[in-house]
Design a protein around this ligand. Structure first.
Ligand SMILES: [Ca+2]
Ligand SMILES: [Ca+2]
Ligand SMILES: [Ca+2]
Ligand SMILES: [Ca+2]
Length: 331
């Protein structure tokens, strides 16, 4: 997929990353308020917002010609006194996410599901978004789409997006694609996922000293699988990219939807970043199914052509995750 980048969008991404990379352990970072206290305040503010505001659900249900398919929030008052508050909409759901053992309640408003597939954690996504506070202040927005992996290449960093924003993205499906215009711009087919989330600071920018709850709106346009493994190269004096043929989102060995907690060899590098998942000295790519020494049929470790994933020593562990057998043509 060909995706256009522009300077403004790239800057917006960097701003999000800079905020997220701040950390409790950073001696230069801000002294943070108590997380439980901030979360309780934010929950009260979000509840009040969701009870006193509605969104343009009638326009989405019966779109007039020229409707731009943007979510608009407004207060329930005056001419709008009879509107259904956000908190009572069937398309609003809540979930609880723990941060430092403090439960955080967040809300996802899934306005339109999208007709395509949905991304997994670790995929690269293309979205349009807007970040604001409940008082209406728009903090950050990309008028055009930008692209970023949802998993950082730094295993210590949770997400390149904030956690609340990531949960929204993972709830939405993409649409059927786009048309490329004569001038190179893209027009997305009008069937992509549209949603918003309402999150306390702990799932937004608490770690950078911003204690306000956030509202994120997202148009979910596209996603790609990416392959992020790296290896230390003594010649280069640092880590170099060494894709192993398995997309990051597929390196979720324990199947919990999160590739960050799968570290087969226990060396502190999760499999999605580890070019040799079982640390047997043979790179995963040589024990998997992508190079000429295997038959490249898309089945894990299917090297001998019998259609069954190879488990050479019969212990129930695929070769590429099994340190006590060393199958493959070499390193
Ligand atoms: Ca990989
Ligand atoms: Ca996992
Ligand atoms: Ca590892
Ligand atoms: Ca290996």
């Amino acid at each position: 997929m060909k995706i256009k980048f522009v300077g403004f969008a790239a800057m917006a991404l960097l701003a999000l990353m800079a905020c997220k990379s701040d950390d409790d352990n950073n001696p230069d970072g801000p002294t943070l308020r108590d997380l439980s206290e901030v979360t309780a305040e934010n929950e009260t503010e979000l509840q009040a917002y969701l009870k006193t505001h509605f969104y343009n659900y009638e326009e989405f249900a019966n779109p007039t010609e020229g409707f731009d398919y943007k979510i608009v929030f407004d207060t329930i008052a005056g001419d709008n006194a009879d509107k259904i508050p956000l908190i009572d909409r069937p398309e609003l759901k809540d979930m609880v996410v723990s941060v430092d053992d403090v439960p955080h309640k967040m809300y996802i408003l899934n306005v339109r599901q999208g007709t395509g597939d949905k991304p997994l954690l670790g995929d690269q996504v293309v979205v349009k978004y807007e970040a604001s506070n409940p008082d209406g202040t728009i903090v950050d927005a990309s008028a055009v789409e930008f692209s970023s992996p949802t998993l950082s290449t730094d295993p210590q960093q949770m997400y390149q997006f904030t956690e609340g924003f990531t949960h929204l993205i993972l709830d939405l499906h993409v649409g059927s694609g786009y048309v490329e215009n004569a001038d190179g711009t893209l027009t997305w087919n009008n069937d992509y996922g549209i949603g918003a989330c309402f999150v306390p600071a702990g799932l937004a920018y608490y770690r950078s000293g911003n204690y306000k709850p956030f509202i994120f709106k997202v148009d979910m346009l596209a996603f790609n699988q990416i392959d992020q493994d790296y290896i230390y190269d003594y010649t280069a004096g640092g880590n170099v990219s060494s894709p192993d043929g398995i997309p990051s989102s597929m390196e979720d060995v324990n199947g919990n939807g999160d590739p960050r907690d799968d570290d087969t060899d226990g060396d502190g590098i999760p499999n999605y970043l580890d070019a040799d998942d079982d640390n047997d000295g043979i790179l995963t790519i040589y024990e998997y199914d992508v190079l000429p020494d295997n038959n490249n049929n898309g089945i894990i470790d299917e090297g001998d052509g019998d259609g069954i994933p190879d488990d050479s020593d019969g212990d129930g562990i695929y070769d590429y995750l099994d340190p006590d057998n060393q199958i493959g043509s070499g390193i």
